[in-house]
Write a protein of this length. Structure first.
Length: 81
C-alpha cells in the first residue's frame, strides 16, 4: 500500500459579514508583502476596504473584484476623483 499524503487547507481569505454572508478579503499575508509601486513604501487597507493607501505618495490603489490594482497610472490621488 502506498503512503498517504496529508493535505492541509490553505489559510482562508474569506471573512463573514455581519449578515453572515461570505465575502472575499485580502489576506493579512498579502497585505504584509504588498508595497507602493511608486515609492516602495508601506500601504494599508482603507476603511471601506476598497482601496490600498500610500500616505507618502498620497495615492489610493483601487481593489476591483478582490484584486488590488497596483499600477501607478491607475492610482487615484487621496481626496481626488
Amino acid at each position: 500500500m502506498r503512503g498517504r499524503i496529508k493535505r492541509t487547507k490553505p489559510s482562508s481569505v474569506f471573512s463573514k459579514t455581519q449578515k453572515g454572508d461570505t465575502q472575499m478579503a485580502l489576506s493579512k499575508e498579502l497585505l504584509d508583502i504588498l508595497a507602493c509601486p511608486k515609492c516602495k513604501g508601506d500601504i494599508y487597507l482603507n476603511e471601506s476596504k476598497d482601496g490600498l493607501i500610500c500616505d507618502h505618495c498620497k495615492l489610493v490603489y483601487e481593489i476591483r473584484d478582490d484584486i488590488p490594482i497596483m499600477l501607478i497610472d491607475e492610482a487615484k490621488p487621496i481626496g481626488g476623483s
